[in-house]
Design a protein around this ligand. Structure first.
Ligand code: AMP
Length: 538
């Protein structure tokens, strides 16, 4: 017997329609590439998305066509989110930090038809358009006055001019593809993760939950996480759904620009990766300033060091929410919120809990398996390969269907983790980066986090190198903070007080900068190549 409830499809167009109807006056503020701040509302986003959908129809964009963007977080990018997916086409958000060859590869692979770009990325757009035959129109996300000299390029604002500001959004099957994001792929070609309307709307509900990212109408939300990286963690969709004021940073991701925007717009909720926050904290320290409006900082994409949690919580009175996810999981898988049992614990003890990646949110099931495929206990000690499943987890990669069939319906994340009896998951490593010493895994993340707790250390990376007795032992590479000259002995003494003995690096080397990939992650493979000839003094 079926239930007798309305069979309304879960569609992205319903989010923007709802936002226009019930939160139409809530502000959407954006820094622009041209310079000035653009002030709009959810009402104007909806109207301009409708105009854009008409313009795209006139350009011949059909359901299922891929429409690409190479763009910052701005109001125009937001309009593209709703217009392209809403009309049944697929929004392919491209990471401008991809090496040019990979950028051309993804445009070709996706067969993008129309390419929208911010003028910062004019050269990249020209390169893609000249090398990819599928691209038949390029659009600069600006007005006619700022249109760069690109053959055949249209100006975004001219495209919208005179178009009707309502659109009859089609009633799509909710499983229709809505957006496409390629994983950065440190090895091999990037792989396309193809989201659907259903997965996106369910994920929006999930991230808005109080025990997830808790996105609400009371928030002034600033997603620094790029809209070209896993749909800015789904924040634009959830913000439309709940009616949060949205503040978009455009190209201004440095500490000074962020602080100006945070103060001017009274932002209370920030979301982004640790490297962005390291820069903001350094700027605040250098200027002797405090965050006065921020209540919550959501940190994910890479492990958040305890020193960063402490800096925001003790130094600025903002709560840190540590979260884990990946492109293939839309991305949210876990969020770190405290349980009633943690109330009244000394702060140092809560820090140990907060440094974990958090508890699974309903909708994402997880398990750990050993090298031999056996399921590992949730004892907080036994590490295993983290596998996940759920309605917003990828079942296959775009145009590689079948090639990536997952074992028993579980997706192998490539992360190594533990799960404790309360459900807190902790990532210890990427499986390809693990350091195996005497048959046991050394957590490079714990080692790195301990190292960046030293005030003279700004970044650290641990890699495993061959060792005659133990198989592998850790080498710790350290980037010194500006104005600090800690010695090897000082760093080692600092670590000794914080790590179990056998996790201590066998050597510490100083390095000017660490190699960083397109999504801001340290490229361990490159480091291993750089130090392939390195030998420990035994
Ligand atoms: P991406 O698909 O580029 O977003 O990368 C996903 C990967 O980033 C995950 O598989 C993890 O290895 C890593 N990651 C994401 N969030 C965290 C976190 N909070 N702590 C540690 N690693 C993380």
């Amino acid at each position: 017997m079926f239930g007798l409830m309305m069979d309304e499809p879960l569609l992205i167009s319903s989010q923007i329609a709802f936002a226009a109807r019930f939160h139409g006056h809530v502000e959407v503020v954006s820094r622009t590439v041209e310079g000035p701040i653009h002030r709009g509302t959810w009402g104007t986003v909806a109207r301009r998305a409708a105009q854009l959908a008409h313009a795209l129809t006139r350009l011949g964009v059909k359901p299922g066509d891929r429409v690409a963007t190479i763009a910052w977080n701005t109001h125009r990018h937001l309009e593209l989110y709703f217009a392209v997916s809403g009309m049944g086409a697929v929004l392919h958000t491209i990471n401008p930090r991809l090496p040019p060859d990979q950028l051309v590869y993804v445009v070709d692979h996706a067969e993008d038809t129309v390419l929208f770009f911010d003028t910062t990325f004019t050269k990249l757009a020209q390169l893609a358009a000249s090398r990819c035959p599928s691209v038949r129109q390029v659009v600069a996300m600006t007005d006619a006055a700022h249109l760069p000299e690109v053959p055949g390029a249209l100006a975004y604002e001219s495209l919208l001019d005179g178009q009707p500001d309502t659109f009859d959004w089609p009633r799509l099957d909710e499983r229709t593809a809505s957006s496409l994001c390629y994983t950065s792929g440190t090895a091999g070609s990037p792989k396309g993760v193809l989201y659907s309307h259903r997965s996106t709307v369910l994920h929006s509900y999930a991230i808005a939950m109080a025990d997830a990212l808790a996105i609400s109408a009371a928030d002034v939300t600033l997603p620094v996480v790029p809209m070209f990286h896993v749909n800015a963690w789904g924040v634009p969709y959830a913000a439309a759904m709940v009616g949060s004021k949205l503040v978009l940073p455009g190209p201004g991701l440095d500490g000074k620009s962020l602080l100006e925007l945070i103060d001017a717009e009274r932002v209370n909720s920030l979301l982004g990766v640790p490297t962005v926050w390291a820069n903001l904290l350094a700027h605040l320290r250098a200027e002797g300033r405090r965050l006065t409006t921020v209540k919550k900082v959501t940190i994910g994409g890479a492990a958040c060091p305890t020193s960063m949690i402490r800096a925001f919580e003790e130094g600025h009175g903002a709560r840190v929410l540590h979260a884990w996810g990946m492109t293939e999981t839309s991305p949210l898988g876990t969020a770190n919120v405290m349980l009633p049992k943690h109330e009244g614990l000394p702060y140092e003890e809560t820090l140990a809990v907060k440094a974990k990646q958090g508890r699974p949110i309903y909708g994402v099931d997880m398990r750990l398996v050993g090298d031999d495929g056996t399921v590992q206990p949730h004892d907080g000690k036994s590490p295993g390969h983290l596998q996940v499943r759920g309605p917003w987890v990828a079942s296959a990669y775009f145009r590689q269907e079948g090639a990536d069939a997952h074992a028993d319906g579980w997706f192998a994340t490539g992360d190594i983790a533990t799960l404790d009896p309360d459900g807190y998951m902790q990532i210890t490593d990427r499986s390809k980066d693990v350091i195996k010493s005497g048959g046991e895994w050394v957590s490079s993340i714990d080692l790195e986090n301990a190292a960046v707790g030293h005030p003279g250390v700004i970044q650290a990376a641990a890699i495993g190198l061959p060792h005659p007795k133990w198989g592998e032992r850790p080498l710790l590479l350290v980037v010194r903070a500006p104005g600090h000259e800690p010695s090897r002995e000082e760093v080692a003494a600092f670590l000794e007080a914080r790590l179990v003995k056998w996790w201590m690096p066998d050597a510490i080397e100083f390095i000017e900068a660490l190699p960083i990939g397109a999504t801001g992650k340290i490229l361990k493979r490159t480091l291993r190549e750089m130090y392939a000839e390195y030998r420990f003094v035994t």
